[in-house]
Structure formats: C-alpha cells, structure tokens
Design a protein around this ligand. Structure first.
Ligand code: GRF
Length: 204
C-alpha cells in the first residue's frame, strides 16, 4: 500500500513512520512520497535520508487555497496513495481536497479531542489547569480537527510543567500511536463510515 505523508516542519512523526516501515511494524506499506509546503522543513531531510521522494509546493506560487490544493492533489495522486497521513501539516485544507481523500486521510492532533482543536494546545491545557493532556489520531473531515477519533493517548500535566515539557511527553505518545493506527488502516481493519471510525467492525 502506498502512503503519502504531508508535513510542514520537523517531521518527528514522519520519522516514527519511516522507522516503523524499516523495522517491519508496517508490513506491506511504503511511504511513496513526502510533501511539504515549506522548503526548509527538516522532515524533507529525513525523507531524503530514507530514500523517499520529496515534493515541495510553495503556497506563494498560487493565487488561492483551492488552486494550491488542486495542485497538491495532482502531485500526490501521481503516487497513487491508498492512505494520506497529515503529520504536522500546518495548512487548512479545502473541502474539495478533504472530500477527495475522504476515508483515507488521517491526522494527529496534540490534544484530547474534542478538547482544544486548533493551535497552542499544550499551553491552553496548562492555562486551564488540566491535569491531563494528550494526543488524538482521527480521520480528516471538513471540520478542522473535528473528524472521528480513532485512538488517543493521555499524558499527565505536572505542576510547573512548561508547554515544552508537556509537548515532549505528548510527542513520545504520538510516535507510538500514529504507526499503530497506520498499521490498522493498512491491514484493512480500519475505515470511516458516515463520520464514524470503524475498527474490526466495531464503531469506535
Ligand atoms: C505534532 O505534535 C502533531 O500533533 C501536530 O504537529 C506536530 C508535528 O510534529 N499536528 P512533527 O513535525 O511530527 O515533529
């Protein structure tokens, strides 16, 4: 199965997927391409080091979101993706793009959704006095960070934690659960039906 990964930054989640492919935790899967909207995303370097094709598509060259997203889909579809993985891709996606990859596009969001969609989730959890925080893998729908949740991991927030400390704890969990959910999808155990995530025939 072909996977296309979309990134904008460091790509530590991409690395977790590369590692999982390399050590046999993702049998029958290959990362066919990594696409970034940022030329200097370190994740592109990670991809190159793993021998994966990279695509850089700058939004500055397009007049609107729809035309950018159409160009992106065209580049992605050349790799015939069975699964699209958003791994720190920091752009809002147009409805047409989301519909095109409906049921085969995953995102990881650093909060216990439906809490804290959007940005600065770690600081918001600290500011709210939360004692736990976490991360969610979900199918992508038109609603930002709003699609059906597949798997979450929780971490504690300790007194005096900084946002960076909480983020590091969350990311450790992300690197564990994103390859796991990817495996479920690749194995054909996971799908989306009527905005529900279904695993092994059970609504999650
Ligand atoms: C992750 O924390 C993910 O939850 C969020 O963006 C971050 C990406 O980090 N969507 P990385 O680029 O994978 O290191």
């Amino acid at each position: 199965k072909n996977i296309v990964v979309l990134i904008s930054g460091s790509g530590s989640n991409l690395q977790a997927l590369i590692d999982a492919c390399a050590d046999g935790r993702l049998p029958n899967a290959r990362i066919a391409a990594v696409l970034s909207n940022k030329a200097d995303a370190y994740g592109l370097e990670r991809a190159r080091q793993a021998g994966i094709e990279t695509v850089h598509l700058s939004a500055a060259e397009f007049s609107c979101r729809d035309s950018y997203d159409r160009a992106m889909a065209e580049r992605m579809d050349a790799f015939d993706p069975d699964l699209v993985i958003l791994a720190g891709f920091m752009r809002i996606l147009s409805d047409d793009f989301v519909r095109h990859y409906r049921g085969r596009m995953l995102n990881i969001h650093p909060s216990l959704l439906p809490k804290y969609p959007g940005l600065h989730t770690h600081q918001r959890a600290i500011d709210a006095g939360d004692q736990e925080h976490g991360t969610s893998v979900h199918f992508v729908t038109e609603e930002l960070d709003g699609g059906p949740v597949i798997l979450q991991a929780k971490v504690p927030i300790f007194a005096d934690d900084s946002a960076e400390e909480v983020m590091a704890r969350v990311q450790q969990q992300e690197h564990r659960i994103y390859p796991l959910v990817t495996r479920w999808f690749i194995e054909g155990r996971l799908s989306m039906l009527d905005e529900h995530a279904i695993l092994d025939g059970e609504i999650l």
